[in-house]
Every structure is written in C-alpha cells, then in structure tokens.
Design a protein around this ligand. Structure first.
Ligand SMILES: Cc1cc2nc3c(=O)[nH]c(=O)nc-3n(C[C@H](O)[C@H](O)[C@H](O)COP(=O)(O)O)c2cc1C
Length: 468
C-alpha cells in the first residue's frame, strides 16, 4: 500500500526516491562501489574525500595530487555505475579542503557534505551554484547551524540547501566533547528539533525548504520512521552500510563489525583533536598507553595534527584498517555496530529498512487506532461515572429538600398550635372575668350606687373645705 511507503525526499532541485543518505566514510570505506550501490537503490551515495588518495599507489609522492586524482576517478566510476544521486563528503579541517571542493564542483556531484569544521570561509558559492551542486553542512547543534547560515547570509547572500545533524551515537569523528556524549540534552532526538527551529527564519528569508537530515545511531526502518516523525526529512546512515557486500573496505574490516560486542566500542582521542568512536583493539590500546606508532607523515593533511606529538597518523591507521590490516590501524564505527549480524547486499539492506519502516508505520497506526479507541472508551466511562454521580447528588438533594420542607411545616404547625392554645386560654380568662363582673353587678347594685354617691359627696367636700 502506497500510504505506508517511505516518502521521497527533496533537497533543492533534487529528489531522492528514498530519504536515506549513506554517510561518507573515510578513509576509503565509502568509495564508488558503495556510493553507486546506494544511489541505485534510491538513496544518496556519498564518497568520502578525505585521504582518498591513499588508494592510489603514488600517495606518498604527492598526497594532494593523489587525493584529487582519486576523488575525480571515484566520482566518475560512481556516475558510470548509477544514474542515482552521488555526493561527496569533505572534511573542512583538511588542508586540501579547497582543492577537494573544486574537484567535486568540477565533477558536478549532486551534493557536497561538509563536516569536521564549519564550512563558512572561502566557499566558492557562485561556482557551486553555477555547477548546480547542493551544499549540506554537517553540524552537531542548532547553534552551529545558525552560525553557518548567518555567515552565509551575510557573506554570500545565499544559504546551504540542507543540514545533516549528527548526534553522539555516530561513527568516526564526533562534534562533541567526550564528557558530553552521554548528556541527555545532546541526544539526537533533542538536536533534530533544535536544528529545525534554528533554520526556520532562513527558510522564510530565502523562500526555500531546508531539509534536516538526522544522523548517528539510526539502525532500523523503525528508527527512520521515528526521526521523520520528529520533523527530519531524511536520515544519514553509515554503520549499517559497512556490513554490505558493496562497501569498499576489506572483508576483515566488515568482520570486525560482526565480531564486536558493546564493550568493544570505545571513544578515542584522535590526533585530529576530536573524540572519535571506534572498535577497540591492540593498536588503540597501545596508543592509549602512550606507545608512539608514527613512521612518517606523507604531507601535513591536517593543521591540527602535529606528527612530532601525535601517537599515530590517523590517515595511515584508517587506511590500514580499510585494507584489513587491523593490527596496524583501527575501524571507526557507530555506537550500534555491535548490532550488525550479517554482511548483506545494499539491495537487501534497503529491502529490510523499507519493510521495517512499513511495519513500524502499520504498527504505529494500529497503536494509534487502539489509543484512539481507548481514549473514547475512557471518555465514555468518565461520562457514565459523572452521570451516575450527578444522579446520586440529585437524589440526595431531593431527599434533603423534602426533609427540610417537612421540618419547616412541622414547626409552623407547632407554632400554630401554641398560638391557638394561648388564644383559647385568653378567651377562657376573659369569659370568666366577664362573668365575674356581671355577677358582681347583679348581686351588689344598691351598694354600688351608694358607693358612687359617697364618692361624689367626698369630692364635693374636698372642693368646699376652707384652706388651712
Ligand atoms: C567507518 C566510518 C567512517 C566515517 N568517516 C567519516 C568521514 O570521513 N567524514 C564524515 O563526515 N563522517 C564520517 N563518518 C560518520 C558518518 O558519515 C555518519 O554520519 C555517522 O556514522 C552516522 O551514524 P551511524 O554510523 O550510526 O549510522 C564515519 C563513520 C564511520 C562508521
């Protein structure tokens, strides 16, 4: 059913059939083989440019030239193998960043992914636009995204086309301090909405959609769904693509993923000056113990790395690992590398990601339906309860009303009876007094007249008596 399928993803004027970008993996882990296989399946394949010249025999004669030659040839090889979208990942911190950028522009790749530093200064924006190449910085915070976009707006009157936000579970070099990697506020689930918010005003100002691509620890189709639901338009995955037949690394590099346990995945302090996530081995144990393992420096490929103090050359160590020489180097990996069980084709990996995504979406909808039904049932139960309570209250009030009414009527009746008794009593008293008066009048009429005459005489005598 079309409804459950993974959506397409648009970046600038390009459309990806599936919202999956294969993260660039240096040194030499994602070359034309892996990138074209991913592009063929509808994702974007990405060639990692840093140290790519190490696959050339003349790298130690001229590292810069070898990098350019190898990058050009890998882009062309990938184009020949797929009509899909192909990007290039370049480390901003690399000393030949401008030359690698120029090469990718000349080869008109679909997108430039730029990380390990802020892609702000001396970016040939006019040439990038003329070549119709998309620009996608890799950041680890909303602040970094805002900084890049502000700089671009002010300096180039333009902004990048998308942003990869890489969380602390990613592989390779990490954009966090080692002690911050476990912080809850650095989780990818927190960073994605932060970066989306940071880009809002630039989308409005430039009238364009700037998709956010989530990266770091995304392992299953269910994870992809989760980050799309959080507002990301796509995901960047790397660890899962290592264990594919088409991945350009030696089989021993891939097997290191199959064999590793969670406790083998460690954070190292890389000579680049950043923490990195890798599979622990003797080489790394020696480096941690201070055993220096530097034979020579082909050319100073990184400003931050000083061969006099570095424990090893990171490019050489990674290139050795790519070739399967894991006793002379180490494998970078994401935090979920221990979950890798098989080496499969890129096609099979995409199939399982799609199925997992669809199953998760169906599961989500079933859960949503169940939650909805549950909500309605709870609401109905609540209404039933409220109705019962209201009815009980009504009965109680009715009973109280009739009780109050009865009490009032009884007291009135009682008062009436009291008044009635009083009036009866008064009437009786009046009647008996009246009777007594009449009896008195009847029995003593002559005495009464005599008394009255005496009284009159007395009053007259008083008036006539001489004054004393
Ligand atoms: C072996 C390996 C090498 C990597 N090399 C690079 C690199 O050269 N440049 C870069 O920007 N990111 C590099 N990364 C990071 C990935 O591109 C990606 O963003 C990240 O690993 C995604 O997390 P995941 O591996 O859990 O899927 C590398 C990752 C791995 C596993």
């Amino acid at each position: 059913m079309i409804f459950f399928k993974m959506p397409k993803m648009s970046i600038g004027n390009r459309t990806l059939p599936l919202p999956i970008i294969q993260g660039g993996m240096g040194v030499g882990i994602s070359l034309a083989g892996l990138a074209s296989a991913v592009a063929e399946q509808g994702g974007m394949g990405v060639i990692a440019a840093n140290g790519i010249g190490m696959i050339e025999p003349d790298y130690y004669a001229d590292g810069r030239a070898a990098n350019i030659k190898a990058l050009r040839s890998e882009i062309r090889r990938a184009r020949a193998m797929s009509k899909g979208l192909i990007g290039v990942n370049i480390m901003v911190a690399a000393n030949d960043f401008p030359q690698l950028l120029d090469t990718a522009i000349e080869e008109k790749v679909d997108a430039l992914f730029m990380g390990a530093g802020l892609p702000i200064k001396n970016i040939p924006v006019a040439r990038i636009r003329a070549a119709n190449v998309l620009v996608v910085p890799i950041v680890s915070s909303g602040r970094a995204a805002e900084l890049i976009f502000k700089y671009w707006q002010k300096t180039y009157h333009d902004v990048p086309d998308a942003v990869v936000v890489e969380g602390p579970l990613a592989g390779g070099h990490l954009g966090f301090k080692a002690e911050k990697l476990q912080d809850a506020d650095q989780a990818l689930e927190v960073l994605v909405p932060q970066v989306i918010a940071a880009l809002e005003s630039f989308q409005e100002a430039f009238h364009k959609k700037i998709p956010v691509i989530a990266a770091g620890g995304i392992f299953t189709g269910e994870d992809i769904l989760r980050f799309l639901q959080l507002g990301a338009q796509g995901v960047q995955m790397a660890t899962r693509f290592v264990a594919t037949e088409e991945c350009d690394a030696d089989i021993r590099f891939k097997e290191a993923y199959l064999k590793c346990a969670p406790e083998d995945i460690v954070i190292i302090k890389s000579p680049v000056g950043l923490p990195g996530r890798a599979i622990r081995n003797k080489f790394l144990d020696n480096a941690a113990a201070g055993v220096r393992n530097v034979k020579r420096c082909a050319w100073r490929c990184l400003d931050q790395c000083d061969i006099k103090h570095a424990d090893y050359c990171i490019s050489v160590a990674l290139d050795n690992a790519r070739q399967g020489l894991l006793d002379q180097g180490f494998a970078f990996c994401g935090a979920n590398a221990y979950r890798v069980e098989d080496i499969v084709t890129v096609h099979a990996l995409f199939d399982s990601l799609k199925h997992e995504y669809e199953a998760a979406l169906v599961g989500d909808l079933v859960t949503l339906k169940d939650e909805y039904l549950q909500t309605i049932e709870n609401r109905l139960a609540g209404l039933r309860r409220d109705y019962r309570q209201a009815r009980q209250r009504l009965c109680r009030l009715g009973a109280e009303y009739s009780r109050a009414w009865e009490r009032k009527v009884n007291s009135i009746i009682e008062e009436y009876h009291k008044a009635r008794n009083l009036s009866d009593m008064l009437r009786d008293e009046y009647e008996s007094a009246f009777k007594k008066l009449n009896l008195f009048k009847e029995r003593f009429p002559e005495k009464l007249a005599e008394l009255q005459a005496l009284l009159r005489q007395f009053q007259t005598d008083l008036v006539l008596a001489p004054a004393l």
